[in-house]
Design a protein. Structure first.
Length: 385
């Protein structure tokens, strides 16, 4: 029998116990993969957005609106190429499908976000259609929308002047992203014409939630942010200006410290896993004390016996961990497809973290039983002491 065959035979000498332990490891690494991908998505913020834009919001909160009179003032700030304003619309479609929707000025959106790709004719239709709306390609594919459709979109915040919460929009364009990362963002977004919103809304006219400043030079970000905030310092409309990435990270953190929550959950999962796998390996070594004594009698060194136990532990952890990460990747892809707004993207970073976790788990749970097997005295082991 080869050494690998010997290790596998020992690993499955108690099949039921081994399979149950493997199941525990697989479930733990499925949770690890999904939670780690979620943690990275929240902690990384909007890495894909680049460094060409700043976001200005009220210093009180991003939910506090600012007056539209600030737009030409920000346009005039040195280093600012173009300013876009937008208002959170709070859109819902059908029963409970939440959609990221903003009221914007079409031309300013086009100028500030060249990453959104759409035929020029559709951009013109958006600018010239009072009730116009454009939606992301993946969102349109999800609901089967096409240009020319009439979309009844409910706002959870802004009623119309007739107190009707359902707004009727004309779908005039379907936008896509310039690359894969931006294309992924089309799964849950739409833009409505701010002029119509401001005219028909019962309240909120003349206000914007945030301003997005496109810069002439990314190196001017700090100076532009300082200039804008100082301009409105000690006024009734004090501002907070930050990079787009920092704004998105802060927006996500409104949900809570996702990273801390995920870390505590993972700690609980792996602490339990350490107990389960550690107990399995300790019990396995205790049951095979005479076998290890025979191996040493046949000439295997203490280090060789230690190696057998560590290899057995590593094989169990690696098998369960890799299966778990694979299932997490498949499950995460399916969940992201079913609910595109959930950022389950299990990439190479998650896999690297998973492999490190497998190695650490193998060392922690295998080292003590392996050292015990290494220290066994042949006479004591054969005598049952």
């Amino acid at each position: 029998m080869t050494r690998i065959g010997f290790i596998l035979a020992n690993l499955f000498h108690k099949k039921t116990r081994t399979l149950l332990t493997l199941a525990s490891i697989i479930v733990a690494f499925i949770l690890f993969g999904l939670l780690q991908s979620l943690n990275q998505a929240f902690s990384s913020g909007g890495d894909f957005v680049g460094a060409t834009r700043l976001v200005t919001q009220s210093r009180i909160s991003f939910t506090t609106s600012l007056p539209m009179r600030m737009v030409p003032e920000m346009d005039a700030v040195p280093g600012v190429q173009r300013v876009m304003y937008q208002q959170w619309f709070g859109a819902k479609f059908r029963e409970d499908t939440q959609i990221f929707a903003f009221a914007v000025e079409p031309q300013r959106l086009h100028d500030v976000y060249p990453e959104w790709v759409m035929p020029e004719a559709q951009w013109k239709a958006f600018a010239n259609t009072r009730t116009g709306i454009i939606v992301g390609r993946k969102l349109a594919e999800k609901y089967g929308w096409k240009v020319g459709d009439k979309l009844p979109i409910q706002s959870t915040i802004f009623p119309q002047k007739n107190r009707n919460m359902t707004w009727d929009f004309d779908l005039v364009g379907i936008y896509d992203g310039k690359d894969a990362e931006w294309q992924a963002q089309t799964a849950g977004g739409m833009y409505v014409n701010h002029a119509y919103f401001s005219e028909a809304s019962q309240f909120g006219s003349g206000l914007a939630g945030i301003f997005v400043l496109r810069l002439q030079d990314p190196n001017m970000a700090q100076s532009v942010a300082t200039t804008v905030d100082k301009r409105y310092e000690n006024s009734s409309d004090e501002t907070k200006t930050q990079t787009e990435k920092d704004f998105q990270a802060g927006f996500l953190k409104q949900l809570g410290d996702i990273g801390l929550i995920v870390r505590w959950i993972l700690f609980a999962v792996f602490f339990t896993l350490l107990l389960v796998v550690g107990n399995t390996m300790a019990q396995s070594v205790r049951e095979r004390v005479p076998q290890f004594a025979v191996l040493k009698t046949l000439g295997f060194s203490d280090n060789a016996v230690l190696g057998f136990v560590m290899a057995e532990t590593t094989a169990m952890c690696a098998l369960g961990g890799l299966i778990g990460l694979t299932l997490a990747t498949l499950l995460g892809g399916a969940m992201a497809k079913a609910s595109p707004m959930m950022p389950f993207a299990i990439d190479w970073r998650v896999w690297i973290a998973g492999v490190i976790a497998i190695v650490v788990l193998s060392l922690i749970v295998g080292l003590m039983p392996a050292l015990r097997a290494r220290r066994l005295k042949i006479v004591d082991a054969l005598a049952g002491r």
